[in-house]
Design a protein around this ligand. Structure first.
Ligand SMILES: [Zn+2]
Length: 133
């Protein structure tokens, strides 16, 4: 199978401050983070596109017991980006103790930061971050 955007290419894009996603030439859906197939129609006719980098928080949780390599507490959120995909990331500019239901519907910008690898990963990796607008 021909992968338009591999995990390593995605990670390198994040490192450069880009937000590389995939646009489907069959149904115009944007898949982000990138996957092997379109999340909407399962098609494989995809092209690399740059995500605009804004979205709306749809749900979140506060992690109080961290997995290996992470420091609690921190906020994990799902945001619907303006291109339509739902993306998971860390809400980074809010004290986790201040997280409440008022976060739902708030606008955010997307970025990324490095998280430490754990016993089961191949090392450090970049994950999506959200900052309140
Ligand atoms: Zn599609």
């Amino acid at each position: 199978m021909d992968y338009k955007l591999t995990y390593d290419q995605y990670q390198q894009g994040l490192e450069r401050g880009e937000l590389p996603g995939l646009k489907c030439n069959t149904c115009n859906n944007v898949t982000f983070p990138p996957m092997a197939r379109c999340r909407e129609c399962n098609g494989t006719d995809l092209e690399i596109t740059e995500i605009a980098g804004e979205g709306t928080i749809r749900t979140f949780t506060v992690i109080r017991i961290a997995p290996e390599g992470m420091t609690a507490p921190y906020v994990v959120a799902m945001a619907e980006i303006d291109e339509g995909a739902w993306v998971m990331g860390n809400l980074v500019d809010l004290n986790p103790d201040d997280a409440d239901m008022n976060l739902i519907g708030k606008r955010v910008t997307l970025g990324s930061h490095v998280v430490k690898g754990d016993t089961y990963s191949k090392g450090d990796s970049r994950v999506i971050t959200f900052s309140l607008i």
